[in-house]
Design a protein around this ligand. Structure first.
Ligand SMILES: [Fe+2]
Ligand SMILES: [Fe+2]
Length: 175
């Protein structure tokens, strides 16, 4: 899903600056930028996927398949965001701020679980990536297909950065 490995190397260097930032600031950044981007991105993607299925699905069953995969991805991802927001992030913030942490002993398990969920989410997105030939609309594709694939690409780029910040920076800081 990474279109340009050199660009990703540059992005990773930029993201690595978050290694030197406090855990609280990193969590706030993940929430404010990436959870928000994911929610907006999913809303946009679902809209395009439904529209493509409705308008072109009778001619191109591919759009029905994409719509179903998008539904599945978004359902799983919403559950994942919620789990981080109600379980993991509050526990991390409480610990950082020296407040009582009820779930501290259980923190390690959720971390592994959340990493598994990241892998699962990437797997679901990869299925959409295959169905859409790498999010690349063919020459002369209907406008809705172009918009749909662009929305997939935008969401995937945000997700790659988001998961990197969590798996490789946040979880390592607290693990
Ligand atoms: Fe997250
Ligand atoms: Fe996550």
């Amino acid at each position: 899903m990474i279109q340009d490995p050199e660009q990703w190397n540059r992005d990773r260097e930029e993201l690595d600056a978050w290694k030197d930032v406090s855990i609280t600031d990193l969590v706030v950044h993940i929430m404010k930028r990436y959870h928000r981007e994911t929610r907006f991105g999913m809303a946009e993607l679902e809209g395009y996927a439904e529209e493509a299925a409705l308008l072109e699905g009778h001619r191109f069953p591919l759009f029905l398949q994409i719509r179903d995969e998008v539904d599945l991805f978004c359902t799983e991802m919403r559950g994942h965001l919620k789990m981080e927001e109600v379980t993991l992030f509050p526990a991390i913030l409480a610990k950082e701020q020296g407040r009582e942490v009820q779930v501290e002993a259980e923190l390690m398990d959720p971390l592994e679980l959340l990493e598994d969920e990241h892998t699962a989410a990437a797997g679901l997105l990869k299925r959409i990536w295959h169905l859409t030939q790498g999010f690349k609309a063919p020459e002369g594709a209907p406008q809705i297909q172009k918009e749909l694939y662009k929305a997939c690409q935008t969401l995937a780029e945000s997700l790659v950065r988001h998961v990197y910040l969590e798996n490789d920076i946040l979880f390592k800081k607290i693990g």
